[in-house]
Design a protein around this ligand. Structure first.
Ligand code: UTP
Length: 291
């Protein structure tokens, strides 16, 4: 069955990048000139997703404003004529690029709980998840890669990559065996393992395509690591029962919930952005003399 809908959970506290996230959602942190969450919305659209649900929480209404029309600003930019035409286009594009619905997570009880809030939006269909703070940049959108794996192999699919021990204990660890190309069969998984309990260094990074029955599993799920309802624990049930597909995806992933991830994203995109590339290259060359 084709995946038409996507959920973007973006209700978390973002404690790893405080104080920046005290009054501003981490999903709104810009990569050069575009907030992280817009990269994710655009990735979903490029992946053939028709409807998106963003899960928000108190104080995150600015995300809704970002994807809304802004008549006064648009008028001001129109008055600027040719010089402001491109900016005007970018402002209108953000409001028109996708069909977005918003739901609210009243208490931040974990990613699994956030996904549950989108149950009515999803209806009875399979759906994609794009973690709001994980930006993945690549030719072939990562969301499309997991959706294709879901559609071709008929099982839940997750984007995976090998990460170092430093990160595996903060993310999740997959028990998996190689199938072919960049695909793995996942038969078990664990959220935030220790180095003793990890299965491998393959971890889920930010994208999944899930069968609808994951909602039934989430409904009966006990709290997991960190006292939160973990999406990984629900996917573990699927993995143990039917197996899941791991897609060792192409594309570069930036953790926008992490200080260094934000810097990396800004440098990489800044080095390609027509307005900043030349100056940033010269600046990096200059400061690297003293590093
Ligand atoms: P994270 O665990 O990275 O987000 O969840 P967090 O809880 O904001 O992180 P820190 O540790 O406090 O910095 C991955 C994604 O799931 C969302 C987050 O907004 C993020 O995009 N999330 C997490 C929710 O929507 N609700 C939650 O209860 C937890």
């Amino acid at each position: 069955m084709k995946i038409r809908k996507a959920v973007i959970p973006a209700a978390g506290y973002g404690t790893r990048v405080l104080p920046a996230t005290k009054a501003m959602p981490k999903e709104m942190i810009p990569i050069v000139d575009k907030p992280a969450i817009q990269y994710n919305v655009e990735e979903a659209v490029r992946s053939g997703i028709e409807e998106i649900c963003i899960v928000l929480s108190r104080g995150k209404n600015v995300v809704e404003d970002h994807f809304d029309r802004a008549p006064e600003l648009e008028e001001k930019l129109k008055d600027g004529g040719e010089a402001k035409a491109e900016l005007l286009e970018s402002v209108i594009y953000a409001a028109k690029c996708a069909k977005i619905t918003y739901v609210r997570q009243q208490e931040q009880l974990g990613l699994g709980h956030a996904i549950m809030q989108a149950k009515n939006f999803v209806g009875g269909e399979p759906f994609a998840v794009l973690y709001g703070d994980d930006v993945i940049i690549g030719e072939d959108p990562c969301c499309a890669q997991v959706c294709r794996a879901f559609e071709q192999l008929g099982k839940g699919a997750v984007a995976i990559k090998e990460v170092s021990d430093e990160f595996i204990v903060k993310y999740s660890s997959m028990k998996c065996e190689y199938i072919k190309d960049n695909l793995y069969n996942i038969t078990d998984m664990i959220e935030k393992p220790t180095l003793e309990t990890k299965f491998s260094n393959f971890s889920i990074l930010g994208r999944c395509a899930l069968p609808n029955e994951v909602f039934d599993i989430l409904e009966n799920l006990p709290k997991g690591a960190g006292g939160e309802y973990q999406l990984t624990d629900a996917m573990k049930v699927l993995a143990l029962r039917d197996g899941m597909t791991g897609v060792d995806f192409t594309g570069k992933r930036y953790d926008m919930g992490n200080k260094f991830g934000i810097l990396m994203a800004n440098i990489d995109v800044g080095l390609k952005h027509p307005e900043t590339a030349e100056n940033l290259k010269a600046y990096i060359k200059e400061i690297s003399k003293n590093l």
